[in-house]
Write a protein that binds this ligand. Structure first.
Ligand SMILES: Nc1ncnc2c1ncn2[C@@H]1O[C@H](COP(=O)(O)OP(=O)(O)O)[C@@H](O)[C@H]1O
Ligand SMILES: [Mg+2]
Length: 336
């Protein structure tokens, strides 16, 4: 599936937070949205998943404006995860599969899907480990990297065509981040998925795992194109990246260094936009229509799952009930 976006402009309050952002992510590829904190990465991901209305621009999935049906083929992995600390990873995935997969799907098929995802994300060895987190003494439970994978696993259970992830590597050391990127890359290539993720400051090796790079600064585009072309591009605009430098660190430093340098980079990006000609349909993408059906998660389904699977662990525990409220609130927000 191809995700193309063009001239996306967004205002929050009276501030323009995204200025004419464009790009195109292809199936089987990994695209990075990079930029300093506050650059607009999370906002752009929210826009691309249809969760934030735009002032102007187009979002096209295989040349069709994004709509509710297409939105269901996308998964959005948020930066913050919420899990029940006392459940094992297997419990959590089973729970998520029952909540998210259609009623028509048999239990065996749901479990087969869980098993597939477990292998894709290399989670088999920690299936019996509790999720853990700050609610449990000593933070016992999954490691940081496993937890990130578990968060992704819950979202890709539905077999989306496009996966958007908000800073999935933040908080991981660079080798764990690298192995997560390799996994995601393998998944994208093997299953022809379109993977777009925001990333703050990757190591050099991790930086070059991305096929495409969209660099943002203060809501504006500072680079868009192939990651492999970055070095030559910055050379051409008179800001050469020294050999010994991590390109991501160097570019981000330059963007912060002086207003003048930032202006050169942004105006060069405007002139050299690689739009890779595509013809948006004349129809505007309408994302402000939030009145569509919200029936993905029926109350009946939710009740059934709780009664059968997790009554003791969640409903009868005070902490479980509290987390359940937060979890369902998030699910309902995602599905609405
Ligand atoms: N609801 C909002 N109202 C006003 N400004 C906002 C809102 N949400 C985000 N912003 C601003 O938009 C900018 C980009 O935010 P964000 O996308 O979260 O940055 P990033 O993810 O790159 O760190 C920030 O300056 C932030 O303060
Ligand atoms: Mg963010």
């Amino acid at each position: 599936m191809e995700l193309a976006f063009r001239d996306i402009t967004v205002t929050q309050g009276d501030r323009k937070v995204l200025h004419n952002i464009s790009g195109r992510a292809l199936g089987g590829q990994l695209m990075a949205i990079m930029g300093p904190s506050g650059a607009g990465k999370t906002l752009l991901l929210s826009v691309l998943t249809g969760r934030l209305p735009i002032d102007s621009g187009h979002i096209l999935i295989d040349n069709t404006p994004l709509n509710r049906r297409l939105q269901r083929k996308m998964s959005y992995v948020l930066q913050q995860d919420i899990f029940f600390p006392n459940l094992t990873l297997m419990d959590t995935l089973t729970f998520a599969a029952h909540l998210r997969l259609p009623d028509e799907m048999s239990k065996a098929d749901k479990m087969e899907r869980v098993n597939d995802i477990v292998d894709i994300l290399d989670l088999r060895k920690c299936l019996d480990t509790v999720m853990g987190g700050m609610w449990l003494p000593d933070w016992k439970g999954l490691s940081g990297g496993e937890r990130k994978r578990a968060n992704i696993a819950c979202e890709i259970l539905t077999d989306p065509s496009t996966i958007l992830l908000d800073e999935p590597t933040t908080g991981l050391d660079s080798s764990t981040a690298g192995s997560l990127l390799t996994t995601l890359r393998g998944y994208a290539v093997k299953k022809k998925k379109t993977v777009v993720m925001s990333i703050h400051q990757p190591s050099t090796q991790n930086f070059f795992q991305f096929d495409k790079l969209l660099l943002l600064c203060e809501g504006k585009m500072a680079y868009y194109g192939q990651t492999d072309d970055v070095i030559e591009y910055f050379d051409n605009i008179g800001i050469p990246i020294p050999d010994s430098y991590n390109p991501a660190d160097f570019i981000l430093e330059k963007l912060k260094e002086q207003d003048e340098t930032m202006k050169i980079i942004i105006s060069a990006a405007n002139e050299m936009r690689d739009w890779e000609s595509y013809e948006p349909n004349s129809e505007r993408t309408i994302l402000s229509d939030r009145s569509c059906d919200k029936s993905d998660l029926s109350a009946v389904k939710t009740r059934k799952v709780f009664h059968n699977l997790f009554r003791q662990k969640i409903v009868e525990s005070e902490e479980g009930r509290f987390l359940l409220c937060i979890f369902l609130k998030r699910l309902l927000t995602i599905n609405s």
